[in-house]
Design a binder for this molecule. Structure first.
Ligand SMILES: [Mn+2]
Length: 385
C-alpha cells in the first residue's frame, strides 16, 4: 500500500488522474456508440438480405440461362446481332437488353458484412448518375439497383443528369418511364458539358446531406449504401468508395502512376495493417466513377475544377484535394457495386480525346503537384504551358 501511495505523489498523481479520466471517457464513448446503433435498422438490412436471396433464386434462373447461351457458341444470327449492336455501348448491348432490368444478384460481400450492425442516424443521400447516350437497359438496371437495394429513407432522391444525349429513347420515353418513381428527377443539360460539369450540375441541385456519384452502367449489390454513409457519418471528411466488382478486390487499392494514370496495385504492409484493424482500404486516388461525399465538404473543397473538360483527370484532381485538405479516401469492402468496364469511351469527345485528357492532366499537375509536376511532364512528353 505504501508503495502505491508513493507512486501517487507528485507527477504520479497527475498520471493516475489522466488514466482514470481516459478509462471513464472510453466507457462513455462505448455507451454512446451502443446507443447510436439501433437494432431496428440492422434488422431491416437482414430482412432485405433474405428478400434479395429469394429474388436471386427466382430471377437468376432467367439471367443464367441467357448468360449460358452466350458462353456456349451462340447461333450465327445472334452473333451477327451482337456485333451489330456492340458499338451502341462498346459492350454486349444485345445481351444486356435480354437480362431483366431488376435481376437478382448473389451477395458477394465478404463474410461478416451481413452480421454488421447499422447506425441509426445515417444521413440521407442524393444519388447522381450522369450519362450521355447510355444504353437503355443498363441505365435502367443502374437506377433499379439503387431503388431496390437501398433503404428508402436513406435515398433523398436519384438525379439523372442527361449530358445532352442525342438518342430519342432517352428523351420522352425516359421521362415517361421514370415518372413512376417519385424519387427520380431528370436534369437535362442544354449543351454537352462532359462528365465533370454534368456532375457539378447534379450536385448544385442535390438536396441530400451526402452526394453519391455513380456511373450509369452499374448494379448496386445488397447493403451497398449503409457502409458508405456510415463512414461519412463518422467523419464528414471521409470519402468512401464501394468495391467495384469485376476488379479483384482482395489485395488491390487505387494508385496513380506517371503520367497521372490511374491503376490498381498490391497493398503495402501499412495498408494491410489498416485493413486488418478497420476492415477498409485507404487509397491515394479513387477510380472516380463511384463514391459518396458529404455535400458541404464537397463544396468546401471547391468541387471539381470546372475548367476540366469532358472526362479524364477529375479523379486525380478530387483525390489530391481530399488528401491535401484533411480528408481520406477509403474503399469499403462491405459495399459492392458491379460496373461494366468498356474497352473505350462509347461517346464522342467534342475535341480530340487524347488532347482533352492530356490537357486536363496537365491542369491538375500544374495546380496540385508543385515541384513534382516535372515528373509528370517528363513522363508525358508534353510541354508545359
Ligand atoms: Mn464507367
Amino acid at each position: 500500500m505504501k508503495k502505491v501511495k508513493r507512486y501517487l505523489r507528485g507527477s504520479g498523481r497527475f498520471f493516475a488522474f489522466v488514466f482514470i479520466a481516459s478509462v471513464i471517457w472510453l466507457l462513455f464513448d462505448m455507451a454512446a456508440l451502443r446507443l447510436s446503433i439501433n437494432d431496428a435498422n440492422s434488422q431491416l438490412l437482414k430482412e432485405r438480405v433474405i428478400q434479395e436471396r429469394e429474388l436471386f433464386r427466382q430471377k437468376s434462373k432467367k439471367s443464367e440461362m441467357i448468360m449460358k447461351r452466350f458462353k456456349s457458341p451462340v447461333a450465327s444470327n445472334e452473333e451477327d446481332e451482337v456485333k451489330k449492336r456492340w458499338d451502341e455501348g462498346h459492350f454486349n448491348v444485345y445481351l444486356s437488353d435480354q437480362i431483366p432490368i431488376d435481376r437478382g444478384m448473389p451477395d458477394v460481400r465478404p463474410e461478416g458484412c451481413a452480421q454488421k450492425r447499422v447506425h441509426d442516424n445515417l444521413p440521407s443521400t442524393s444519388v447522381i448518375f450522369c450519362f450521355v447516350d447510355e444504353v437503355w437497359s443498363t441505365l435502367l438496371r443502374s437506377v433499379h439497383s439503387v431503388l431496390n437495394r437501398s433503404p428508402p429513407h436513406l435515398i433523398e432522391e436519384i438525379i439523372l443528369v442527361d449530358d445532352f444525349s442525342t438518342r430519342e429513347y432517352l428523351k420522352e420515353p425516359l421521362d415517361k418511364y421514370m415518372s413512376q418513381f417519385p424519387k427520380v428527377r431528370i436534369l437535362r443539360l442544354k449543351e454537352r458539358q462532359g462528365l465533370i460539369r454534368a456532375r457539378l450540375a447534379g450536385a448544385a441541385v442535390a438536396k441530400g446531406k451526402v452526394l453519391t456519384f455513380l456511373d450509369s452502367h452499374v448494379e448496386c449489390n445488397v447493403g451497398w449504401l449503409e457502409p458508405l454513409l456510415e463512414r461519412v457519418c463518422l467523419d464528414r471528411k471521409k470519402v468512401p468508395c464501394p468495391v467495384i466488382d469485376v476488379i479483384s478486390d482482395k489485395d488491390m487499392r487505387g494508385v496513380f502512376k506517371w503520367p497521372l494514370v490511374f491503376g490498381w496495385s498490391l497493398m503495402s504492409p501499412d495498408c494491410l495493417f489498416i485493413y486488418f484493424c478497420f476492415g477498409l482500404y485507404r487509397c491515394p486516388v479513387m477510380a472516380g466513377g463511384l463514391f459518396s461525399i458529404d455535400k458541404n465538404y464537397f463544396f468546401e473543397l471547391g468541387t471539381y475544377d470546372r475548367g476540366l473538360d469532358v472526362w479524364g483527370g477529375e479523379n486525380m484532381e478530387i483525390s489530391f484535394k481530399i488528401w491535401m485538405c484533411g480528408g481520406e479516401i477509403e474503399i469499403i469492402p462491405c459495399s459492392r457495386v458491379g460496373h461494366i468496364f468498356r474497352g473505350q469511351n462509347p461517346y464522342k469527345f467534342p475535341k480530340d480525346r487524347q488532347k482533352t485528357v492530356e490537357r486536363n492532366l496537365a491542369r491538375v499537375a500544374e495546380v496540385w503537384l508543385d515541384e513534382y509536376k516535372d515528373i509528370f511532364y517528363v513522363n508525358n512528353l508534353i510541354t508545359p504551358g
